[in-house]
Design a protein around this ligand. Sequence first.
Ligand code: AMP
Ligand code: ZN
Ligand code: FE
Ligand code: FE
Length: 292
Amino acid sequence: MRIDLHTHSNVSDGTVSPDTLVHRAAAAGLDVVALTDHDTFDGWPIALTAADDTGVVVVPGAEISTRLRGAGVHVLGYLLDPTFEPLRDELTKVRDSRANRLARMTQLLTEAGLPVDVSDVLAAAGPATTIGRPHVADALVAKGYLTDRTEAFDRFLSEGGPAYVPKYALDVHEAVRLIRAAGGVAVLAHPWGRASRRVLDADTIAALARSGMDGIEVDHEDHSAQDRAALRAIAESLDLLITGSSDYHGTGKSGHELGVNTTDPAEYERLLERAAASTRVAGRGSPLRPIP
Ligand code: AMP
Ligand code: ZN
Ligand code: FE
Ligand code: FE
């Protein structure tokens, strides 16, 4: 059984629609794929319909933008009730802040000699309901200024870069609590990737576990073999779930092909058990209920 628990569609900053994503997962020989767009559940209905067509099991989720001591940290929430208002309100706040920073970002880019408007970014974002820096990058590429997203991040958009503008993100412990209160399972995404490595030492990960975090994404392309071994040991010492995923973004991120990392079926089973228990404790409805 092949299981990939972290992918993005064009509802956020991936480049394929949720149904194409599920069809590609089938073609890639995956049995289970989680759709985890940034800060939104909007792709769920289409992905779940495609699941019925292909026989691939789709795990509905989201990758939530959080902050810890000034650094961006991503938390994956799975199988939660998408109608839970306190979480929905926070995600709306994050998405609004993402949209509101575009005026400043495009101004900074224009001043840096790359004239670009908010409307160019929105055109590049197409159907996305969560707008991110990758869409700003796509607008710069469409204008012929740059080659790809990587160049845009390296030269302008990364934290500390000349066109970087921070967005609102919720406190990481609060995000974990909200995912659990919505009946879901919380997994720390690529903890030792670019932005979050500085703030996520073993003690901080233990503190997150005390706040209700269920697991760690150990097998991810941002982690070296050494990182993976160390994170696996931390997860085992805290009795946390261990996941592996591609963080697929279509053509938006090279080296992250579907299934490049996968989750052990036994860990996936544990995740499903945790989700059932979490839903029961929270007294929430099914995550598969249509979003009003
Ligand atoms: P944002 O959501 O606006 O904070 O942008 C973060 C997103 O940009 C994440 O989903 C990353 O996958 C993506 N990203 C970060 N660095 C790069 C890069 N060098 N090339 C392509 N995508 C990147
Ligand atoms: Zn992304
Ligand atoms: Fe991420
Ligand atoms: Fe991601």
